[in-house]
Design a binder for this molecule. Structure first.
Ligand code: 3HC
Ligand code: NAI
Length: 683
């Protein structure tokens, strides 16, 4: 094997030239790899002893895309287009061998090869929309030529990878190879091509699937899909359409122009920022790489309510055995029923086979005995949000949990140290704050108590990934990161309603910003009685009045909204009357409040609170706060999160806006503004 450069090798296997790429961890197509590839392709072409070329990757995956970290730098040297021109010009057939993930520029390079084989576990996708981009290296021109327009439209707009089996059925792959025999299989495939006298088969010349396509396909596709405020999917549709109306090279030019415009857009900058922010969140500052990780195979959950049932489902889905403890039999039966019907609905929607649902549900054991948790590696408490109840649970747990077990609370707001203090092992206690609905929401706040050990934190961070969540470290403060910021928005929303805005108008402004739901719809979903106590409630707030009237949110089919049997929300005259009376009781004369004021008063205090959290060291970095809001509360991805949004509108607008509503800006905002720094870079 001869090294072309540190990431590219060219060797010979009989009459096949073998190009091997090796740039861990994901073989991103960086400048050095593009240059190596061009040189290797030239070497393979020039070698008179070979009749075909094989392109394969070392490590855990085929090329997972262009190197995103280069997007903000000035590009020098060979471009991906140069690589592709070299592949298109090759006189010997090029076989591409795929394992792991062929994504974005990786799949585009594969499609530029003349034949493609893969192992059954491989995945193929054009995920660029998730970065606010369209495929920019011919993906929108080659993909429909291989798999047809309709499938290509789906792949470039939803960004989800397809399986190798689907790739084979669709014509994206020519053959599947046994899992551990990719190279041997691909070499044999190449030799067969040679034996059959088959030469290059350029995707650019395969026009059948893009000829005679009715424009109606595109109109229908647009009508059937709502991409909310996301611009990239609509741009990707235009590019696929171009593949059906333009010659190949013009289509490529069209795609390049759109790719460039997307790359420079604020939306793509925000989404690329979020991509790296998510990966950064997994790294806890100050923790050594060799911090011991504890094994977790058996999990206990205490409380089978909304969250306990959801959390148990998350662990069962990840293959772990789960024991759920409840205080009374009826609640346990209700909780297990809710989990079972969750699985049944996944089966109905085609997301899970009936067999798989049965296996997962079979991992759960319900009990009324705390003692059954004695052999658990991790126990997550999800009982009522009440300090006395939680302390009682942890004191009991401390007596029965095995030594070394991790004890976690799913509390939304309460002090983790106060909870930990009732145990003899506060170093093994932390917050694991899941979001509702737990099986769906990707965020897991990992709350560090004053005494939580590094090993427990590192284990929790690793666990987050294993159960499909994005873990973010949070300091122990009322509401941690997410709910602390949420309270600011909720207080502002409540104040706006008191002053005259309707809760429905407030929600509309927030959903127009592209949140999936507004503050009042969200409060209904969480349950208005979360942390509310009937015994001490005296109609002090709108929430008190609604709860006192039995309107406790979606679960009672009424809260700020009324809910029908299908949980469809509609504005409620009863709630409107409660609000009108509440204002009158407070002596408030309602005034008309515009959308801009609603937006500013809801969003600016969130930024301000984020800055305070950073000042207090309750979050390690601003980008962690953004990840919390992107994955826990549905902040629109193309706006990057509250900290990134602050940078995008500028400190001037943030500070002036806060002052307009007589809110004192956090000192950090003024400090960073004076230093001309970005908030989202703060760490
Ligand atoms: N460019 C640069 N770095 C990348 C990268 C890329 N395309 N993909 C992954 N990485 C980096 C990550 O930042 C991370 O770095 P770190 O260790 O320093 O934090 C490291 O590779 C490992 O990544 P993950 O932690 O995400 O590893 P996983 O095994 O969980 O996931 C993956 C692997 C599925 C490949 C996932 O990394 C992924 O989805 N990557 C992005 C794929 C993508 O979006 N490709 C399209 C890029 S845009 C493009 O190709 C444009 C083209 O059309 C011109
Ligand atoms: P819930 O009221 O639906 O469920 C609580 C369950 O705990 C009940 O089934 C109850 O019977 C059980 N329970 C109470 N005391 C118990 C004990 N001593 N032993 C065993 N079981 C006991 O409440 P929910 O919404 O599930 O909340 C649970 C916790 O999760 C709270 O701390 C809450 O703040 C937190 N949380 C709630 C979220 C939400 O959206 N509802 C989101 C994230 C966290």
């Amino acid at each position: 094997m001869s090294a072309i450069n540190p990431v590219t090798d060219l060797s010979r296997d009989g009459d096949i030239a073998v190009i091997t790429l090796n740039a861990p961890p994901v073989n991103a197509l960086s400048q050095i790899m593009r240059e190596g590839l061009i040189e290797a392709l030239a070497g393979a072409e020039a070698d008179t002893a070979t009749k075909a070329t094989l392109l394969i990757c070392a490590g855990r995956t085929f090329i997972a895309g262009a190197d995103i970290s280069e997007f903000d730098k000035v590009q020098t040297g060979a471009s991906l287009r140069d690589v592709q021109n070299a592949m298109d010009a090759a006189k010997k057939p090029i076989v591409i061998a795929i394992h792991g993930t062929a994504l974005g520029g990786g799949l585009e390079t594969a499609m530029c090869g003349h034949y493609r084989v893969a192992v059954p576990s491989a995945k193929l996708g054009q995920p660029e929309v998730a970065l606010g981009l369209v495929p920019g290296a011919g993906g929108t021109q080659r993909l429909p030529r291989l798999i047809g327009v309709e499938k290509a439209l789906a792949m470039v707009t939803d960004g989800k990878p397809i399986s190798a089996q689907d790739g084979l059925a669709l014509g994206l792959l020519d053959a599947l190879m046994p899992e551990k025999e990719l190279k041997e299989g691909a070499l044999a495939f190449a030799r067969q091509l040679i034996a059959e006298g088959k030469g290059p088969r350029r995707t650019r010349d395969l026009n059948e699937k893009v000829t005679g396509i009715s424009p109606k396909i595109f109109a229908d596709f647009r009508a059937a899909h709502n991409f909310r405020g996301f611009e990239a999917p609509g741009e990707a549709i235009k590019c696929i359409e171009a593949a059906t109306t333009m010659a190949f090279d013009s289509g490529l030019e069209f795609e390049s122009r759109i790719f460039l415009a997307c790359k420079n857009s604020l939306q793509s900058q925000a989404q690329r920022y979020a991509f790296f922010a998510e990966r950064k969140a997994g790294k806890i500052p100050g923790l050594a790489d060799d911090t011991p990780i504890l094994p977790i195979t058996k999990v206990g959950v205490i409380g089978a309510g909304l969250m306990g049932g959801g959390i148990a489902t998350v662990f069962a889905n990840a293959g772990l055995a789960v024991t759920i403890v409840e205080a009374d039999g009826a609640a346990l039966a209700r909780g297990l029923d809710a989990v079972r019907s969750g699985y049944e609905s996944s089966v109905k929607r085609g997301r899970l086979t009936a067999d798989e649902a049965r296996i997962r549900f079979g991992r759960l054991t319900g009990t009324l005995k705390f003692e059954d948790l004695a052999d658990c590696d991790l126990i997550v408490e999800a009982v009522f949000e009440n300090m006395a109840v939680k302390k009682n649970v942890f004191a009991r747990l401390d007596k029965i949990a095995r030594s070394g077990a991790i004890l976690a609370s799913n509390t939304s707001f309460l002090d983790i140290d106060e909870i930990a203090a009732v145990t003899t092992r506060p170093d093994h206690v932390l917050g694991l704050h899941f979001f509702s609905p737990a099986p769906v929401m990707k965020l897991l706040e990992i709350v560090r108590g004053a005494k939580t050990s590094n090993s427990i934190l590192a284990t929790a961070m690793k666990l987050a990934k294993a159960i499909g969540k994005v873990g973010v470290l949070a300091g122990n403060a009322h509401g941690f990161i997410g709910n602390r910021i949420l309270m600011q928005r909720q207080d502002a929303a409540n104040a706006l309603v008191l002053e005259g805005a309707s809760p429905y108008a407030v929600d509309r402004v927030i959903t127009d910003f592209d949140f999936p739901m507004g503050p009042f719809a969200m409060a209904d979903l969480a349950g208005l009685d979360l942390g509310w106590d009937a015994a001490t409630s005296h109609g002090e707030s709108m929430r008190d009045l609604l709860c006192e009237a039995g309107r406790r949110g979606q679960k009672t089919k009424s809260g700020y909204y009324d809910y029908d049997a299908a949980r469809k929300a509609s504005p409620s005259p009863v709630t409107e009357k409660i609000i009108t009376d509440f204002r009158a009781g407070k002596g408030v004369t309602p005034r008309a409040i515009g959308e801009e004021e609603i937006r500013e008063r809801c969003l600016l205090p969130m930024i301000n609170e984020g800055a305070k959290i950073l000042e207090e060291g309750k979050s390690s970095r601003a980008s962690d706060i953004d990840i919390v809001w992107l994955y826990g509360y549905g902040w629109p991805a193309y706006r990057g999160g509250p900290m990134f949004y602050a940078d995008s509108i500028g400190f001037g607008a943030v500070i002036a806006g806060l002052k307009k509503y007589t809110i004192a800006p956090a000192p950090l905002l003024e400090k960073l503004a004076a230093a001309n720094k970005r908030l989202s870079d703060f760490a």
